[in-house]
Ligand binder design. Sequence first.
Ligand code: ZN
Length: 393
Amino acid sequence: MDRTINLKLELSGEDKETLRQTMVLSNQVFDEIALYGFEHQTHSKVSIHHETYYPTREKHPELPCSLLQGIRDVACDALKGVELKRLPKSKPYSAIRYNKRVCNISLIKKRVTLSSIKGRVKASFPIPKYYEKYLLWELRTSTLSYNKQRNTFYLNVTIHKQSPETIGDKVLGIDRGIVNIAVTSSNKFFNGKPIKNVRAKYAHLRAKLQNKGTHSAKRLLRKISRKEERFVTNVNHCISKEIVAMPFDVFAIEDLTSIRVQSRTKGIEFTRKLNNWSFYQLEQFLRYKAETIGKSVISIDPRYTSQKCSACGHIYRGNRRGNSFHCVKCGFQIHADLNAARNIAEIGKSGLGRLTVTQPYMTCDEVEACKGTEIEHSHKAPPIGRGSLQVNT
Ligand SMILES: [Zn+2]
């Protein structure tokens, strides 16, 4: 498993200036290499290396060659990321990547040596208590970032540890939804009412603001959606925390792509995005928290989980009516979400043989844990793939 820790560097004024200049030059070189790749329509590291390495070394002899290699890799990745459709551009103080060779970190000694245009720069950093468990993890790549307002440098270090191999076989099924955010096969219901109430509170205001369309209305709209986001995030944190603490080893959930909320109008579209985002976030929190304590989360094929009778296995669309499930074959009656959760657990058990733990996961709630320490954190939500929450204005 991978984690990212954020270290605030303590540097002399002179060293800060050196790193600033190194950053500016690195980003200038990034732009030059990206331009070459874009003009020649290639993101191949080998061919870009062949064509740009020596000219760049000649043009900027002060740039350490190992740093140059890192810049080239990042430029190639950036070109690949945009599929060569546009020219990736950096800013003078965009973060720069340091691979292991140019960045010598000792978490135990709390010291780091960084290559720069004026030789090696030494820095120290405090380690908060919360990070102490990471001291013996393997170090991967690091990224140096700079906050101009605070005139402070930060080092984001990716660290790695082998995931625990032994996984038990007690499976809990979890059904996600809107009326109930989560229902577990162990009969626990997490009601969606608190979220629904908060949304209802803002829905009217949002509609009004959307019609207004002025600059301040848009700003207020963004503020509201951030507030809603924070609320949903907190609910997801609480639910996932409670679920992973349950006496089970493996948590089975439906593949997210199965959850679709129909929508036509703008207002409903917003709800749909928020729901997708929220489902995705809950899944990430579950994975992250489960993994930390040596448990795991698996995604299962969602077909028929709501139509199948969890008692006799009979599949029939008419078995489900709203919140209730009534099997036409065996007469079994149960809450529809609970029935689905039990089916999900069943599929999870049968799929245990081919269990894989997907990697890597980004940190997300370490921010919370580090509040009050002197380490700065970027207050970013976990990476949100599809269905990222945006306001329609
Ligand atoms: Zn049945």
